[in-house]
Design a protein around this ligand. Structure first.
Ligand code: XMP
Length: 314
């Protein structure tokens, strides 16, 4: 039986014994990097700097949540507002793989720029067992390049420390819960964030729409699951399509964006079936999206399974 408290004590002692100086970590807000940051902070105190880059592509409330968690956990950290830089770098880019490369490179540039003055010799990463065991071997990795910070240790001449290296996702969640982290229960979220949920060119207008739509989908599905109306799917979100359609707002013809809702049942994300969601839940989601978000005239539900469709639309 995996003992999260025993693991925490060992991981902290191990980091203390092996990290001889200053260390940095890129905190993404996800469960792996947040857990790694808290463990490293317990071991190294002010000798750890967690850098969180606000790309402008995060979910609603996420930047504040991450800042608050790091503060509550006493992690020495820095939040970098890089929204403008990301939007500029992504201007007129439509191809999903190009988006991923641009975001990955931009992230490394900014992280390096912000972390270098701290003078760290170590890089703490939240790598977990499936990340290296299956690296490159997974179907999804050949279909979509997954964003991570793998290039960083070489670029910055840093020694890697990976406290979660031997854990699987469910074990990381147990450790996160034992540490009292809210992020333990969050559904998976792609590294390139809302950029790959904003089909076609990434614009501030479309990002605002998809951020609002994802929040509505999460709130409605989680409320329905809590009320026992449906089971919580493995992943659920919205995307905004680069298609405008005709509608009516009041008595006036409108020409607005289309939002697609995606909810998937899966075990590991490698394959999945669309969630057979109750129509009343879909109805609430659709009504809220068109009422609360500006310039959305149409909502559709994605009924594709994986394969052949992937979970994300890009
Ligand atoms: P797909 O869309 O390939 O997604 O069926 C499978 C799982 O991976 C997530 N995903 C990503 N995660 N960087 C990530 O870190 C990415 O570029 C990326 N693309 C997809 C997706 O959300 C799903 O959980």
């Amino acid at each position: 039986m995996f003992d999260p408290n025993g693991f925490i004590a060992e991981a902290v002692a191990d980091l203390r014994a092996h990290v001889m100086g200053k260390a940095i970590i890129a905190a993404s807000g996800g469960v792996d990097s947040t857990t790694a940051a808290v463990l490293a902070s317990r071991a190294l105190g002010e000798n750890l700097l967690a850098v969180f880059v606000d790309t402008g592509l995060m979910r609603k409330g996420e930047v504040n949540d991450v800042a608050q968690t790091l503060k509550e956990m006493g992690v020495h950290h820095k939040i970098v507002d890089a929204r403008e830089e990301f939007f500029t770098a992504l201007r007129e880019v439509e191809d999903p793989e190009k988006k991923r490369v641009i975001i990955g490179n931009k992230f490394i540039d900014i992280f390096e720029r912000e972390a270098r003055p701290f003078g760290a010799e170590y890089l703490v990463q939240g790598t977990i067992a499936p990340d290296w065991i299956e690296s490159g071997g997974q179907l999804r990795d050949r279909i979509k390049t997954h964003h991570n910070v793998a290039g960083l240790p070489e670029v910055m001449h840093l020694t890697l420390a990976e406290p979660l290296r031997d854990l699987y996702k469910d074990e990381v969640r147990k450790v996160a819960r034992a540490l009292g982290l809210r992020v333990a229960e969050r559904q998976p979220f792609p590294g390139p964030a809302l950029a790959v949920r904003c089909l076609g060119e990434v614009t501030a207008e479309k990002i605002e729409i998809v951020r609002g739509a994802c929040a509505i989908v999460e709130e409605e599905i989680e409320a329905a699951a809590k009320a026992g109306t449906m089971a919580l799917p493995w992943q659920y979100f919205a995307v905004v399509l680069p298609v405008r359609t005709v509608g009516v707002h009041g008595d006036v013809r409108a020409y607005g964006w289309t939002v697609a809702v995606r909810a998937i049942e899966s075990v590991d994300g490698m394959s999945g079936r669309y969630a057979k969601m109750p129509h009343e839940v879909l109805d609430r989601i659709s009504t809220r999206i068109t009422n609360e978000l500006p310039n959305v005239t149409r909502v559709v539900y994605d009924v594709s399974n994986k394969p052949p469709a992937t979970i994300e639309w890009e």
